[in-house]
Write a protein that binds this ligand. Structure first.
Ligand SMILES: N[C@@H](CCC(=O)N[C@@H](CS)C(=O)NCC(=O)O)C(=O)O
Length: 204
């Protein structure tokens, strides 16, 4: 398997998940729009985004929640998604919310307001709106953790979506983590396999 990445982008959640699962995988740098390498990357992933996973049969898988579900289901011994339907849908509900709303609607507005409003005069308002969505998501995660080690009773794929958002908050000073989220982030970051994987993106 091969994971395409942009250093420090949201695929760090998938990268951490792969490291935690512990089976061999490769990584390769993707390309950003408006660079000479981007055309070649579009041949691999026509969406031009990360994460993108090339599976062992050569097929491409995109979209964070789908890649995470695929990795959980194809490694059932790791118990990263509950096997009962109620447990499964609750984990997916949280995962989807973290990626589609907290990241895409919140963090992206706060960091890249130009994606939502071409006029610079609107950027401050877009950023403020993004920060509000992002912080509300972190606060919701804090309430969900509620003294536990993980979002649910056991570590699940939803924890890896929360991890990249927490990591961005810590690194970039966007939003603030409550004590449960801070401990959740630090618990994953303290794992050598995960820290090495995420840090390797910066030196490859
Ligand atoms: N819906 C996609 C979103 C992926 C996404 O927006 N990834 C960002 C990185 S965090 C990206 O590829 N950005 C590069 C760009 O927009 O040019 C998913 O869930 O995987």
């Amino acid at each position: 398997m091969k994971l395409f990445y942009l250093p420090g982008a949201c695929q760090i959640g998938i990268h951490a998940l792969l490291a935690e699962i512990g089976k061999p995988f490769e990584i390769e740098k993707a390309a950003r729009p408006n660079t000479p390498e981007f055309e070649a990357y579009l041949q691999i992933n026509p969406k031009g985004k990360v994460p993108a996973l090339i599976r062992d049969d050569g097929s491409l898988l995109t979209e964070f929640p789908v890649i995470a579900l695929y990795l959980a289901r194809s490694n059932p011994d790791r118990g990263l998604i509950p096997s009962d339907i109620e447990g499964e849908i609750r984990v997916l509900e949280m995962l989807e919310h973290l990626v589609s709303t907290v990241h895409m609607q919140g963090y992206t507005r706060a960091r890249r307001p130009e994606k939502f409003a071409p006029s610079e005069s609107e950027h401050a308002a877009v950023k403020a709106q993004g920060l509000k969505i992002f912080q509300a998501g972190l606060d919701r995660a804090e309430r969900q953790i509620n003294g536990k080690d993980w979002l649910f009773e056991k570590m699940s794929i939803a924890d890896f979506a929360l991890f990249y958002l927490e990591h961005w908050s810590v690194l970039n000073g966007i939003g603030s983590l409550g004590p449960g989220c801070q401990a959740h982030h630090d618990r994953l970051w303290a794992k050598d396999n995960i820290r090495r994987a995420v840090e390797s993106e910066l030196i490859n």
